[in-house]
Design a binder for this molecule. Structure first.
Ligand SMILES: *[C@@H]1O[C@H](CO)[C@@H](O)[C@H](O)[C@H]1NC(C)=O
Length: 150
């Protein structure tokens, strides 16, 4: 119920503030993410993003020179999500090589991971969306949500 209220508020905010404020994954202040749909967008506190999606990163196995991680995302907001952009810092995300990521795209330049990569959005309350990557060390990277597009 609380989630629905927050989401409803978010959608209304997008609707009303829309024409004034356009944002993307790189335009909101630290601690904020950009929520958008086809016609409008707004920066909201990052904590609200976690009422829309759950994101977990788990270590799947480590070797002397690398470690494999699995990311899982669940859409818990009841509305289909078209695109999610997560941010990482290059220091924290020493990818083994540019191809060492799957079901997501990594931009070293923008320090961003965007997904889904193959699917047509992420439907609500469905199976987990999974992605994976290999880093040069086994420290679980910190990931922030920078934008969610409906
Ligand atoms: C993330 O981890 C928590 C705690 O283990 C679990 O309850 C939740 O279902 C997980 N969500 C996803 C999307 O993996």
């Amino acid at each position: 119920m609380k989630v629905l209220l927050i989401l409803g508020f978010l959608m209304l905010s997008i609707f009303f503030v829309s024409s004034y404020e356009l944002c993307g994954p790189r335009s909101c202040m630290n601690g904020y993410f950009c929520a958008s749909d086809y016609s409008a967008s707004i920066c909201r506190p990052e904590a609200q993003a976690y009422t829309i999606i759950q994101v977990n990163i788990t270590n799947e196995g480590a070797w002397p020179d690398s470690a494999q991680f699995k990311g899982t995302i669940r859409n818990i907001c009841g509305v289909r999500i078209r695109k999610i952009v997560l941010s990482v810092s290059n220091k924290d995300f020493p990818i083994l090589k540019t191809s060492a990521i799957w079901n997501a795209r990594y931009s070293k330049e923008f320090e961003e991971i965007s997904l889904p990569d193959y699917a047509d959005g992420i439907p609500p309350n469905d199976e987990l969306y999974q992605f994976g990557f290999i880093l040069k060390n086994s420290n679980t990277p910190k990931i922030k949500i920078k934008s969610i597009r409906f």
